[in-house]
Design a protein around this ligand. Structure first.
Ligand SMILES: Nc1ncnc2c1ncn2[C@@H]1O[C@H](COP(=O)(O)OP(=O)(O)OP(=O)(O)O)[C@@H](O)[C@H]1O
Ligand SMILES: [Mg+2]
Length: 416
């Protein structure tokens, strides 16, 4: 076998030749390292230039008047890491905040200019932040929900994961009522599978409500303390009205017995927070309104009884430790018992819905997201309320329906 002298490390160096053994491979390694640094330097310069241009275009810059005219100052870029994902450390300029880079207007444009889908910003020391260019929609990948149950309604349940990858918790006792809207198959019920399975064991929570589909409530809750407070199906619509009126009566009783020097009921196992789940509420109203109306003076139409009870729970329930969780394909005022009822929801979630429905529930802030969200994947929702701007989240997925049933059966609080 013949080899070239340069590659043959087994051959001793020729006499008079001062090259030590392995010299070529070490030289090659050093050159490769130098080339890699040079390539990285060119890459970092390119990214920095793109970043600066984008900052100028988006006015994330300062205009400084100098003798030669106006010059543009952009945020200083420190280290650039090639990733993936690409990250840049950036020094904020006077008056800038980290959110300026990820705001609704700037975030996507800046990310697209850097060849990514989105941006994440994390504060570092002083005025420095780290910008991460996300290669794909961070909400594209689903996430599972481990089999966990909270010990109290005051403990946060996992509601979803934000675009920053942060798990968003929500304590049932925290604030007002919850509304979730979304087209067929967009993920409303799956959201509830996650929420209810986490709450089922808490001794100070009672999961009550009405479910005409009979999948979310009802059978999965058999033998639990919650089941007697749930009505399912459409065969006996009056039972839904009776249940809701009973809940209103309990609310009135609690309001009448609020201890002195208190302005709300503190939930305990004896007076638990009652979560009133209203699955597909417009469907219940439609079915009730479709029944023959009683003659004048012979009673109140069923639909009106249901509307009145829900409206009272929504407007007065919070102080009496009642929370309403209403699901609807669209939160049109007429479909959910009126605009007043709709306004009572403190936390609002929209799965895939047409742009006008998104704006209807979240206000004009949500307008820029309308078009894109109209095609959102199941489980991706916009959330607003409780001091949070409108933001996109991914709701956890606990698995198939059997898994939900198993978890409710495993964790569901039993009657004492
Ligand atoms: N968070 C999620 N992650 C992954 N997949 C999901 C998620 N949520 C929903 N899905 C998928 O979408 C399907 C439909 O979801 P779901 O039953 O919750 O829709 P829905 O909004 O309640 O629809 P409908 O109005 O018909 O009741 C689920 O069976 C599941 O396959
Ligand atoms: Mg559903």
């Amino acid at each position: 076998m013949t080899t070239t002298g340069a590659l043959d490390r087994t051959r001793p160096p020729a006499a008079g030749h001062r090259r030590p053994p392995g010299f070529i491979s070490r030289w090659r390694a050093r050159r490769a390292e130098r080339d890699a640094w040079a390539a990285h330097h060119v890459f970092a310069q390119g990214i920095t230039a793109e970043f600066r241009e984008a900052c100028t275009a988006l006015r994330l810059c300062q205009y400084v008047s100098v003798a030669a005219g106006i010059t543009v100052r952009t945020p200083r870029v420190g280290a650039v890491h090639g990733g993936p994902p690409i990250t840049l450390t950036v020094e904020l300029m006077a008056g800038q905040e980290p959110v300026d880079f990820t705001s609704k207007d700037n975030g996507p444009r800046l990310a697209h200019s850097l060849g990514g889908h989105g941006l994440r910003v994390e504060p570092l020391a002083g005025r420095w932040v780290r910008l991460t260019v996300l290669n794909h929609d961070p909400l594209r990948d689903g996430f599972g929900l481990p089999s966990l149950a909270v010990a109290s309604g005051a403990d946060p349940v996992i509601l979803g994961r934000t675009e920053d990858g942060i798990a968003l918790g929500h304590a049932l006792t925290d604030a007002g009522h919850l509304a979730a809207q979304g087209q067929n198959g967009s993920g409303k019920t799956v959201l509830c599978y996650g929420l209810l399975s986490q709450l089922a064991a808490a001794p100070d929570v009672l999961v009550a409500g009405s479910d005409i589909t009979g999948l979310l409530l009802g059978r999965p809750w058999d033998d639990t303390a919650h089941r007697p407070h749930q009505v399912t199906g459409t065969h006996d619509l009056e039972a839904h009205a009776v249940l809701l009126e009973d809940l209103v009566a309990e609310m009135d009783r609690r309001l009448a017995t609020i201890p002195p020097r208190r302005d709300k009921i503190e939930p305990t196992p004896e007076t638990p927070t009652v979560l009133v789940v209203l699955e597909e509420f417009p469907g219940l109203l439609r079915a009730a309104d479709g029944l023959p109306k009683p003659k004048r003076g012979e009673g109140i139409p069923l639909g009106d009884r249901i509307r009145t009870a829900v409206l009272r729970l929504l407007s007065e329930g919070r102080k009496a430790a009642f929370r309403v969780l209403m699901l609807a394909q669209r939160f049109e005022a007429t479909a959910v018992g009126g605009g007043y009822a709709r306004d009572q929801f403190a936390l609002r979630l929209s799965f895939r819905v047409p742009a006008d429905s998104l704006e209807m529930l979240h206000g004009t802030d949500a307008r820029p997201f309308g078009q894109e969200h109209a095609n959102a994947a199941p489980g991706v929702a916009y959330l607003s309320g409780l001091g949070r701007d409108c933001e996109r989240i991914r709701v956890p997925y606990l698995g198939d329906y059997g898994e939900y049933v198993d978890r409710i059966q495993a964790h569901g609080r039993r009657a004492a």
